[in-house]
Design a protein around this ligand. Structure first.
Ligand code: 1HE
Length: 260
């Protein structure tokens, strides 16, 4: 399927890392249905030996969101189905067993922010800006933003963005928690690749626990969360790889916590 991507997407391997590039710069990487569906297929069918994925973008902008040319003809029911299609694809990214790191620059707008927040880590450069223009376009978010964005910045800040069209700068996005890292202009992809190399060296059980269990634990009631944590911890520490890594530390062969 990776050979059958539309022209708007590219996927390449760099050893254990997969680099997915949004490749429709002439339209500021706006996401049409073909691209959203292909994202879903790609994340359903990942190579089994991948350690991390970086989402990068051609041109000056990460993603201008939904392709606005594609929405006008929808009936109400088609609108629901369209939004659910976005939910499926973004959900497959969020549920990827392989951690996903988005490299952000320029517009991270509407559905572009929905894509960015489906990733597990976000690295922004100084040109990045965040807008939810749906309010001003007469629509509402439909690709998962009302769940994923409040998790990061709270629904009150999202209300402000949607009611007023407020644009958050890269600095503001970093301060409120939209990005994990804010780096020099032009270096988001490089930083994302460096982080991906680190992430890919973790044990697959740890990366699974962090991407699959942690978000669910954080959103469950504490009593269920503690139990889920114990189960996940026992599964992770029972792997041969965990045993070997702990033995390496005890034998002085592994990095100390301040130099990981
Ligand atoms: C587009 C899109 C698009 C650009 N759909 N074609 N998203 C928005 O409301 C953002 C709309 N885009 C913009 O505000 C600006 O394009 C940018 C700030 C991102 C970049 O500005 P700029 O000056 O670099 O580019 P441009 O001249 O505005 O756009 C270049 C081309 O891309 C132009 O097409 P051209 O044929 O005239 O060259 C634009 O029409 C096209 N283009 N953005 C379609 N989004 C699941 S629900 C999610 C709901 C949403 O995402 S709503 C938010 C939609």
């Amino acid at each position: 399927m990776r050979d059958e991507l539309p022209a708007s997407l590219r996927f390449e391997r760099r050893d254990a890392i997969g680099v997915l590039t949004l490749a429709r710069a002439a339209k500021r990487n706006a996401l049409d249905d073909e691209t959203v569906l292909a994202l879903g297929r790609l994340f359903t069918d990942l190579p089994s030996d991948l350690g991390a994925i970086v989402i990068d973008a051609e041109g000056d902008h990460f993603c201008a969101g939904l392709d606005l040319g594609s929405l006008a003809e929808h009936s109400t029911f088609e609108g629901i189905q369209h939004s659910r299609m976005w939910h499926r694809s973004m959900g497959l990214i969020e549920d990827s067993p392989v951690p996903v790191i988005a490299a952000l620059k320029g517009a991270v707008v509407g559905g572009g922010l929905e894509l960015a927040t489906a990733a597990h880590l976000r690295v922004a450069d100084g040109t990045a800006f965040y807008v939810l223009p749906e309010g001003q376009r007469g629509i509402f978010v439909g690709g998962g933003a009302s769940v994923r964005v409040p998790r990061l910045i709270g629904f009150s800040r999202m209300m402000d963005m949607m009611l007023t069209g407020r644009k958050l700068t890269a600095r503001e996005g970093q301060d409120v928690g939209l990005s994990h890292y804010l780096v020099d202009t032009g270096s988001a992809a490089r930083k994302a690749l460096d982080l991906a190399a680190k992430v890919a060296r973790n044990s697959p059980a740890t990366n699974f626990a962090v991407t699959q269990a942690l978000p669910r634990i954080a959103e469950s009631n504490p009593r269920d969360g503690y139990l889920m944590e114990s189960l996940m911890a026992a599964i992770a520490q029972g792997t041969d790889e965990a045993k070997a890594r702990m033995a390496d530390f005890v034998a002085g062969r592994a990095a100390k916590a301040d130099s990981l």
